[in-house]
Design a protein around this ligand. Structure first.
Ligand SMILES: Nc1ncnc2c1ncn2[C@@H]1O[C@H](COP(=O)(O)OP(=O)(O)O)[C@@H](O)[C@H]1O
Ligand SMILES: [Mg+2]
Length: 269
């Protein structure tokens, strides 16, 4: 236990008698993500906890934490209600700094894509068009998820393939540990599943084309640096975005401006 933990004990929810012992999944700058259970020992949940920041003024810190947790919960609830693929909110205590939500099975989209591209390299056989179609299909599911999000009046603020999960269909665990990843069939299956958007810590409610375009631009840049070998397929995301979201054309026009500004800025250094 570190000094910080002693000074600021985690909230009682983490040691609640009905919950399984929490497992720390990630520790980011802003908060920690635990896997635990909620209500039933068989109901896994993701618990996001923002511990107090000792360097901030306590009153300001408490206010910021409360505002951010409730904003994240509010946006998630709105998305959930409107059918955007996001984790359902189970419970929250904004003052205590935590938010409990549905646990999404699967792996981050970043991991799925990189594993798939890595396989292609390992096999030495160039990816043929039919195989590439599996990746393009995943890109379309990403575009659809983002289109639904924007349609509902929410911009994410940090769209990356790390902030999307690929949930296996049927949501169960992958069948009995068969080593299918090596087979062609397994390779195709590696990209199957539903794209679920997560990490709404920076999300805001907005209907502005400019905000939406910046959201897409952030994704485009993140995608190019995380998956350089798949960068040329990015257009499939935008194509599906257009199919899903009626107002996409004006957003995509704005995206041109945002790209231009981005290029000018990088030329100026
Ligand atoms: N609802 C969830 N279900 C399953 N895993 C999750 C869930 N939310 C977050 N995670 C996992 O925890 C990681 C960090 O969560 P995230 O919300 O992205 O916080 P951060 O602000 O630290 O990036 C994610 O990349 C994902 O692997
Ligand atoms: Mg994240």
């Amino acid at each position: 236990m570190t000094a910080a933990d002693k000074q600021f004990p985690p909230p009682p929810i983490l040691t609640h008698p009905s919950a399984s012992p929490p497992i720390l999944v990630t520790q980011g700058a802003e908060g920690r993500l635990y896997k635990t259970t909620h209500l039933l020992p068989t109901l896994p949940c993701a618990l996001k906890y923002r511990p107090p920041k000792p360097y901030r003024h306590p009153a300001l810190d408490a206010r910021l934490t409360r505002a951010r947790i409730s904003a994240e919960a509010k946006v998630l609830e709105r998305c959930w209600r409107e059918g955007v693929p996001v984790p359902a909110v189970h419970a929250m205590d904004a003052a205590a700094g935590w938010l409990a939500m549905e646990w999404i099975e699967g792996v981050p989209v970043r991991v799925a894509i990189n594993a798939w591209l890595g396989d292609a390299e390992g096999e030495a056989a160039p990816t043929n068009e039919k195989q590439e179609e599996d990746l393009v299909d995943l890109m379309r599911r990403i575009g659809e998820a983002v289109g639904k999000l924007h349609k509902t009046g929410v911009v994410h603020g940090d769209l990356t393939t790390s902030n999307m999960m690929l949930r296996p269909r049927g949501s169960g665990t992958p069948a009995n540990g068969e080593p299918e990843a090596a087979t062609q069939d397994g390779r195709a299956k590696a990209l199957e599943g539903e794209v679920v958007l997560i990490d709404f810590g920076l999300a805001t409610q907005s209907m502005s084309d400019e905000d939406r375009a910046v959201d897409l631009y952030v994704l485009e840049r993140a995608f190019a640096s995380t998956h350089p070998r798949a960068e040329r397929l990015f257009g499939a995301i935008l194509d599906q975005y257009k199919t899903t979201f009626k107002k996409a054309p004006s957003v995509l026009a704005k995206l041109e401006d945002v790209r231009m500004r981005g290029r000018k800025r990088s030329m100026l250094g």
